[in-house]
Design a protein around this ligand. Structure first.
Ligand SMILES: *Cc1c(COP(=O)(O)O)cnc(C)c1O
Length: 386
């Protein structure tokens, strides 16, 4: 076994627990912890287990494979998987008691077929498109609820939930949220008229959980906020303003430290130039690890409490930072890409004034914090703090 510690993502599980408790207290509703995409890069199984300990009663994933991994780890809580192409193995899903999102008649028919074959009752959550124009049934909705009610009579399925997803919940008060909410009520009405009586209805993601109590229905689906990150820094404020604690610290070793003269052109394409004589650090992490190639100099690393900006383009396995002429940094020191020294990255100290954050990186790459954390690659070791 290679004992590598070139690059590490350190996950503070107590921060995740605290965020979930806080969000649940705010909502006053049960929560589904969204752990898709390796728990937003934080690690599927440890995060899922801690989320349940923190009080989440459901787990939500996109893929069936993700749901099966959770079951393999011994987790018994209800799990909903909502991105299961018609080519998926629904029989295996049923054997493992996975609840399935159902966005179309085609999905329903295949699940009914699998249930009949296995002599089981599939637990499903019908998904309606209330305006996002992505997943869920639109024109097909009325037909879908009638077909589901019919299938319920044969016990091949049970409609556990009805749900939809917001497109603009991170824009508090936007008209479009009202429109989607209203469309959801209309869809629920059609379902009731078809004879369905779902146990739970759910619509809210993190942003709606924070911004709009009226949209919570029976369950809130907590994603980015349970990891301590803001759904949208511009419209909702950052982690600190939302009283959330970022759970992830990302660090890599300085591979090399060296002095360079003024006028040095740095990296592929020589896109950056040193203005003065300075000391540079080579950080042992690159775009193959999820550090975006197009990050500009507003991102960087914290080395010995000094914010050191990126110089030039990020390479596959490394990038260059400007440590400053007086830096005492040495090869082998940790460079913190996200967060500060481990143990001190509490909400109060974890802001873009004192260290780089997932939000800084997002801003430096023209993307969102979601993409920064979910792309942290498999070469980066995950370490868990209790
Ligand atoms: C990813 C996802 C969520 C969580 O969204 P956040 O913005 O991270 O809170 C909730 N529901 C569904 C259906 C999702 O795909």
């Amino acid at each position: 076994m290679i004992n590598h510690n070139r690059a590490e993502a350190i996950i503070d599980l107590s921060a995740i627990e605290k965020n979930i408790k806080r969000l649940m207290a705010h909502a006053g509703k049960p929560a589904l912890a969204v752990v898709k995409a390796d728990a937003y890069g934080h690690g599927l199984i440890p995060v899922a287990k801690r989320a349940i300990e923190a009080g989440a009663s459901w787990l939500g994933v996109a893929l069936l494979e993700e749901a099966l991994s959770l079951r393999e780890s011994g987790i018994k809580a209800p799990i909903l998987a909502w991105l299961t192409p018609v080519t998926d193995d629904f029989e295996t899903a049923l054997e493992n008691e996975i609840d399935l999102g159902v966005p179309s008649l085609a999905h329903l028919e295949l699940i009914v077929e699998a249930a009949s074959k296995k002599n089981k009752t599939a637990r499903i959550h019908l998904e309606v498109d209330t305006g996002m124009t992505r997943g869920g049934a639109l024109y097909e909705w009325d037909e879908l609820v009638v077909a589901a009610a019919k299938a319920e009579e044969t016990n091949s399925i049970k409609v556990i939930g009805i749900w939809s997803h917001f497109a603009r919940a991170d824009e508090p008060g936007h008209e479009f949220n009202k429109l989607q909410h209203n469309n959801f009520l209309i869809a629920l009405d059609a379902a009731h008229q078809a004879g369905l009586n779902p146990e739970i209805t759910h619509l809210s993601n993190s942003a709606a959980t924070i911004n709009d109590k009226s949209s919570h229905f029976d369950l809130v689906r907590l994603g980015i906020a349970m990891y301590g990150l803001s759904p949208d820094v511009k419209t909702m404020g950052d982690s600190k303003e939302l009283d959330l604690t970022p759970a992830l610290t990302l660090r890599a070793r300085l591979h090399l430290v060296k002095d360079v003269p003024a006028g040095s052109k740095v990296g592929y394409g020589g896109t950056a130039e040193t203005l003065t004589e300075t000391k540079i650090g080579i950080v042992a992490m690159g775009y193959a690890d999820g550090v975006p190639r197009n990050a500009d100099k507003t991102a960087g690393v914290l080395v010995g409490n000094k914010m050191s900006p990126i110089l030039g383009r990020v390479s596959m396995d490394q990038f260059v930072v400007d440590l400053g002429k007086e830096s005492q940094a040495r090869a082998g020191d940790w460079a913190y890409l996200i967060g500060g020294v481990v143990g001190s990255h509490k909400a109060a100290s974890y802001t873009s004034d004192t260290c780089y954050t997932a939000d800084t990186w997002a801003g430096a790459c023209g993307t969102i914090n979601y993409e920064i954390v979910t792309r942290i690659g498999p070469r980066v070791k995950r370490i868990y703090l209790d």
